[in-house]
Design a protein around this ligand. Structure first.
Ligand code: KIV
Ligand code: ZN
Length: 525
């Protein structure tokens, strides 16, 4: 059964939905180029299936899924479609370019979700039969999901799963859409469906968990114990509300606890750290410091007792090695005398393989940083890579001077270049960042609302760079901007302008990044 890739009974298929369910999270919108980059990293790390988007949602989503499909190497490329012919046709038009395409179609089957399209149970059964049959006539790899399965009556769930299998679905996904289920139930539900639904042994069962009660990873692993052989997950657990199952958690749990969980994946775990950082950067969702596997503190041992034990034997407190997830020892690596070749090779070590023109741009910014900061650490270079500078931006900060002091208010003098024309403002604010943001606002006259302002020190020391993340919202459109600098106020202003640049790009409706979602995946359509 080539489409299901599961001849080995202990092999668990990893289905990544960072670019669909993850990207759906408010504020996590990625640009076309960023989606292509993340898809390439997922493919390279050995993810089996990439859910690349929801093609009917917008022309931008369609273009991204189609391009990811064209560029795919080993991964199956999947698109999402609601239970209607138009969605499924649009999805097929996007994924058909892949060497291995998949259509994923779904409908909400719980009583609350059935009420939305106003279909009774029989009408819904008919809809499932017709839509899965249609998808299967287009593509021999079809996944079907009863959304909110964990709150669907068991009798009805058995019935709809049977209908979908008979209509040609090759994977049946059981979503815990609202993060309600618990591990014992998760295992029992999958085991029951496999035991009781006719034809169940012909398909793969998948688990798709949300983390509202913090149980997504446990529920996914329990589902595997119950017989599921596909886990749906996202990098960093990105996703709406409390997010989805985190890919890095299930993959590392399976690797570290093989003694009690004999299931294997194809994922190269040494690529985890790099993709985690890239997803955090492009989605504008920083990873919490104590997040399992990928948090900044996940491998830090600061208490005296821990350090003592670690020095004697790393296994005292470490159940996995930092290198297992691609974390390298932080050394002082570069300085102002380091050349282009050294920078290229160091960035390659960190997972960034740059073309000549990209290297030139980064090299200029690296030199500027090295003039101000004696020791350039790996984290500094990563921050430099996350901050895309002014390349291709319509709005740029040409000059910013903020006068600070014990007496408020603070004053910001700003020159902003918009489409090549300089505009200046001198504005007072409550603190230097407030003054700088107000100056930008005065020049641009925008109505966007600041939703998030976050500052992190990249390394230790008073000359550390600050990485600033800013999230803005205007008329339902949400964008994020990120910038790094040894000057916190300048980094803040640049992150703010970067988020505004992205809003302007979307508003202009020029190119695949520009349009926004016209449909919601919560409707049947
Ligand atoms: O959580 C969910 O139910 C989903 C479906 C579309 C599979 O994401
Ligand atoms: Zn979901």
């Amino acid at each position: 059964m080539a489409s299901n890739m599961n001849d080995d009974k202990n092999r668990v298929v990893i289905f990544d939905t960072t670019l669909r369910d993850g990207e759906q999270s408010p504020g996590a919108t990625m640009s076309h180029a960023e989606k292509l980059e993340i898809a390439e990293l997922l493919d390279e790390m050995g993810v089996d299936i990439i859910e690349a988007g929801f093609p009917i949602a917008s022309d931008g989503d369609f273009a991204a899924v189609a391009e990811i499909a064209k560029r795919s190497k080993d991964a199956v490329i999947c698109g999402l479609a609601r239970a209607n012919i138009k969605d499924i046709d649009r999805c097929w038009d996007a994924v058909k370019h892949a060497a291995q395409p998949r259509i994923h179609t779904f409908i909400g089957t719980s009583p609350l979700h059935r009420a939305i399209p106003n279909l009774d149970k029989e009408q819904m059964v008919e809809r499932i039969h017709d839509t899965v049959t249609h998808a299967r006539n287009l593509c021999d790899n079809v996944q079907w999901s009863p959304m909110d399965a964990t709150r669907t009556e068991l009798d009805y769930l058995r019935r709809v799963v049977e209908v979908a299998i008979k209509a040609g679905a090759t994977t049946i996904n059981i979503p815990d859409t609202v993060g309600y289920t618990a591990p014992v139930e998760s295992a029992a539900l999958i085991a029951m469906l496999i035991a009781e639904v006719p034809g169940a042994d012909e398909v793969i069962f998948a688990t798709h968990c949300h983390n509202d009660l913090g149980m997504a990873t446990a529920n996914s692993l329990a589902a595997v114990a119950g017989g599921a052989r596909q886990i749906e997950c996202t990098i960093n657990g990105l996703g709406e509300r409390a997010g989805n199952t985190a890919l890095e958690e299930v993959v590392m749990a399976l690797k570290v606890r093989r003694d009690i969980m004999p299931w294997t994946t194809r994922v190269d775990t040494t690529k985890i750290m790099h993709i985690s950082r890239r997803v955090a950067a492009v989605a504008g969702f920083p990873v919490q410091f104590n997040k399992a596997i990928v948090g900044k503190n996940a491998f830090a041992h600061e208490s005296g007792i821990h350090q003592d034990g670690m020095l004697k034997n790393a296994e005292t407190f470490e159940i996995m090695r930092p290198s297992d997830v691609g974390l390298k020892e932080t050394n002082i690596v570069m300085g102002k005398h380091s050349g282009r070749a050294a920078l290229r090779s160091k960035l390659k070590d960190l997972g960034f393989d740059l073309a000549d023109n990209q290297l030139n741009d980064v090299f200029v910014r690296f030199k500027t940083l090295a003039d101000r900061k004696k020791e350039i650490f790996d984290e500094d270079l990563e921050a430099l890579m996350r901050d895309q500078g002014n390349v291709g931006q319509r709005i740029e900060i040409k000059h910013l001077r903020v006068v600070c002091g014990t007496e408020a208010p603070q004053t910001a003098d700003l020159i902003l270049t918009i489409d090549g024309v300089d505009h200046s403002a001198s504005v007072q604010g409550d603190g230097p960042v407030d003054a700088a943001f107000k100056a930008v606002k005065q020049v641009m006259g925008h109505n966007a609302r600041l939703q998030l302002y976050q500052v992190h020190a990249v390394t230790e020391g008073t000359d550390a760079q600050a990485t600033v993340t800013v999230r803005m919202e205007e008329d339902g459109m949400i964008t994020t901007g990120e910038a790094a600098d040894t000057d916190t106020v300048l980094a803040s202003a640049r992150a703010y302008v970067s988020a505004l640049n992205r809003l302007a790009m979307r508003r202009d409706k020029a190119g695949p990044d520009a349009d926004r979602r016209e449909v919601s995946y919560k409707d049947v359509g």
